[in-house]
Design a protein around this ligand. Structure first.
Ligand SMILES: Nc1cc(-c2cccs2)n[nH]1
Length: 241
């Protein structure tokens, strides 16, 4: 029973990468099943209209509800989470990705920046969970790029998709901290040397050094993550720094 991902969009060709590389292998191995659906298939006028002017005025266009309801009724298995990318959404985080990876699958509704008629999300809630999520505080022209991001973040957490399980468990953000620097050969490169501890073979010292680098980088680049850590995440010694 592969993890099922369905995407409804007016730019189906934009989602072609979902069949490539990391996801491609996973799809070939039956771990993930991807369906991409053109919203216009569910329009009923000769011009295949999907959007209209916003009630209350304002710039841009809003996507009409009826084509969306028909598409979702056709595509969304009962109980499956509907994900709606939007700059006005709750943050999509590694923790959210892990939660969704534990479910049977996802349906994504790709809207335009001005949005989809709100009644679609309200109506869809009767057939399963609905998550309006943001992948960051910047504005895209449409949800398609956000879907590519979220599908990659979620499917790489599925068992068997990423070869080396450890590399997933030691991701940045997995322990709430940023990953520190990585190095490989040569030991000395253009006058720059790899930190000697990494060549020492002293695995306890290496683990300590890596933890310290991770904390330092998190404090420097993402103090917000540090503040959000649970009370027992840092040892008293680490908190004192
Ligand atoms: N995080 C985020 C999502 C979006 C859009 C989703 C749909 C249209 S624009 N912009 N930024």
């Amino acid at each position: 029973e592969p993890y099922r991902v369905d995407v409804v969009t007016i730019f189906p060709e934009y989602l072609a990468p979902l069949r490539q590389s990391l996801l491609g292998k996973a799809a070939d191995r039956g771990l993930v099943a991807v369906g991409v659906h053109d919203l216009r298939q569910w329009t009923d006028d000769v011009h295949r209209t999907v959007d209209d002017a916003p009630y209350g005025g304002g710039p841009g266009m809003v996507m009409r509800p009826e084509p969306w309801a028909r598409a979702l009724e056709a595509v969304r298995p009962p109980g499956t989470r509907l994900v709606v990318p939007t700059p006005a959404g709750r943050p999509f985080t590694q923790a959210v990705a892990a939660e969704w990876a534990a479910e049977p699958g996802l349906v994504f509704a790709c809207g335009r920046y001005e949005g989809i008629d709100q009644r679609v999300a309200d109506w869809a809630a009767s057939a399963g969970p609905v998550s309006e999520v943001s992948i960051g505080d910047y504005v895209l022209a449409g949800g398609e790029s956000a879907v590519l991001v979220m599908v990659e973040a979620v499917t790489r957490l599925l068992p068997g998709v990423v070869g080396n399980r450890e590399s997933v468990e030691f991701d940045s953000h997995a322990d709430g901290l940023l990953e520190g620097p990585s190095y490989t050969r040569p030991a000395s490169w253009r006058g720059l040397d790899v930190p000697p501890v990494l060549l020492s073979g002293d695995h306890a010292a290496i683990a300590r050094w890596r933890r310290a680098e991770s904390l330092r980088r998190t404090a420097t680049r993402r103090p917000d993550l540090l503040a959000a850590l649970p009370g027992d995440a840092l040892t008293p010694a680490e908190r004192a720094v």
